[in-house]
Design a protein around this ligand. Structure first.
Ligand SMILES: Cc1ncc(COP(=O)(O)O)c(C=O)c1O
Length: 485
């Protein structure tokens, strides 16, 4: 059935026209006005009806398609996808002192981390996870530190959750950029994602609890979970990210206490969790009481459509959101944030007060200056352009040798290789030829799948990237000739 859409555009509103249209379609699906299988008008007809350009209509459809609200493409028509709407959460807000007694904190043991710099010295690095950092300090960076240096430090100890002004500024930032409606009472300033993850494990999970992780997935999340003596349960991943439907089968006998998930750009395969799966995941968590831990590590960098809204946007009582500066500016800042319900924030703040473990004032003050100045947004915009070019080059070079996945976002792509290839051996050969690269095998646990290479294109200079890719292409060429011989 063809639908006449209840859409309007407001040219005076501060929001781009295609984003206005996309949001109106989402709202119509959420409240049942548009249902699965409804056919949408062509972009040409929609543009004509609304008096907008066809490019605007197309951009709205691209965004909705990327998020999983609509299916089908050119030729066969576009339809509303099978998305079961989620009922709004019943929010419980409590103050810091209200509930800090449940779940006594336990200390998390430390583990060694796989620091890419440590393994890549003297090599051209195509390892994922490190952004490009130029050799010159730019004006925005210098402005932030000048502002910090002109202030005297606060008197006494800071709030263990983080500077209140910074938490307010970050609440505004994650609201605007990630769509999470929250206030300073929902924010904790961390030393990055892994630190936030460990704080959460220490304060909300108990040793022996079961934590579901993506397989393949982020090895440091598994290390942190093991250090906390959790039972790690592997969940398969497909082209759309976490296979949410398999969680049901894992509930017995002990239940799953939490799920660690990378919905905006599955690490390392790059799928984006469509809205139907997001809703299903939140419904499952509401039913079982599990906590969803959203690692949002490189969501800022999308090359096809606007960044997808965060999972935490759906229900902050079930989802804990972890953000980081590591991919936007540098991992060496050791700064990030955790967004959660107020009781979770309170528990973490109490735990930190005892452990005296929170980022120092100058770092927090500098981040505040960068946010107020618009520097963070500026760096993301600038680097998005840079990474998009590098991604295009990397994909063009490597596509003949396998299947490139995850290229729509982030700082890396994954090249899936034919089944007979030993990816660890290939990475070792690359290393011997001067290129540090990660084999997909390093991210796999018990779920089997294709071999591959996880290739970060952000870190090197353009020149080094080109050099490293030439070496890699040479290697892949020889590999494919040797298997044909
Ligand atoms: C999946 C994933 N999450 C998070 C991070 C960043 O962690 P942090 O903020 O602790 O530097 C990385 C870094 O490589 C990552 O790959």
């Amino acid at each position: 059935m063809r639908t006449t859409l209840p859409l309007t555009v407001d040219r005076a509103a501060g929001l781009a026209l295609h984003l206005q249209l996309a949001e109106q379609v989402r709202a119509a699906v959420r409240d049942g006005r548009l249902q699965a299988g409804h056919r949408l008008p062509s972009t040409r007809d929609l543009a004509r009806e609304l008096g907008v350009s066809r490019a605007v209509a197309q951009a709205a459809y691209d965004q909705l398609h990327a998020e999983g609200w609509i299916v089908g493409r050119t030729g066969s028509g576009t339809y509303i996808a099978d998305v079961v709407p989620l009922t709004p959460p019943v929010r419980q807000r409590r103050s810091r002192t209200a509930d800090s007694s449940s779940n006594s904190p336990t200390a998390a043991a430390s583990t060694s981390s796989s620091w890419p710099g440590r393994t890549s010295k003297g090599l051209l690095t195509l390892r994922p996870g490190i952004p490009f950092i130029g050799t010159q300090a730019d004006a925005g960076w210098r402005r932030a530190w000048r502002e910090v240096s002109a202030q005297t430090p606060p008197q006494g100890y800071d709030d263990p959750a983080g500077l209140p002004e910074l938490r307010s500024a970050l609440a505004e930032h994650v609201g605007r950029v990630r769509g999470i409606a929250c206030g300073p009472e929902n924010l904790v300033i961390t030393n990055g994602t892994v630190h936030g993850f460990r704080l959460l494990l220490s304060t909300t999970l108990r040793p022996g609890d079961r934590l579901a992780v993506e397989d393949p997935g982020y090895p440091n999340a598994v290390k942190a979970a093991e250090a906390h003596h959790l039972k790690v349960v592997d969940v398969p991943v497909d082209a759309d990210g976490l296979c949410v439907d398999t969680l049901g089968g894992l509930e017995e006998p002990d239940g799953i206490a939490a799920v660690y998930v990378t919905p905006s750009h599955q690490y390392p395969l790059g799928g984006r969790l469509p809205v139907a799966r997001r809703n299903e995941l939140v419904r499952w968590a509401r039913r079982t009481g599990a906590t969803l831990i959203e690692d949002d590590y490189d969501s800022e960098f999308r090359y096809d459509v606007a960044p997808l809204p965060a999972l935490a946007q759906l229900d902050l009582d079930r989802v804990v959101h972890l953000g980081t500066l590591s991919k936007m500016i540098s991992p060496s800042l050791r700064l990030g944030w955790l967004v959660a319900s107020a009781p979770v924030v309170d528990r973490i703040a109490c735990h930190r007060e005892e452990a005296s473990d929170w980022p120092g004032w100058p770092m927090q003050a500098a981040l505040l200056a960068m946010l107020r100045d618009g520097y963070l947004d500026q760096v993301v915009r600038r680097n998005r352009r840079l990474y998009a070019e590098r991604r295009n080059h990397t994909c063009a070079q490597l596509a003949p040798y396998g299947r490139v996945v995850g290229q729509d976002a982030g700082l890396h792509i994954t090249l899936l290789l034919p089944d007979h290839v030993d990816d660890k051996a290939l990475a070792a050969k690359a290393r011997a030829a001067g290129v540090a690269i990660a084999p997909l095998a390093d991210y796999r646990r018990t779920v089997t799948g294709s071999p591959g290479l996880v290739i970060g294109y952000a870190t090197p200079t353009d020149e080094d990237l080109h050099k490293a890719l030439r070496i890699l292409v040479d290697l892949l060429e020889r590999e494919s000739k040797s298997t044909m011989a």
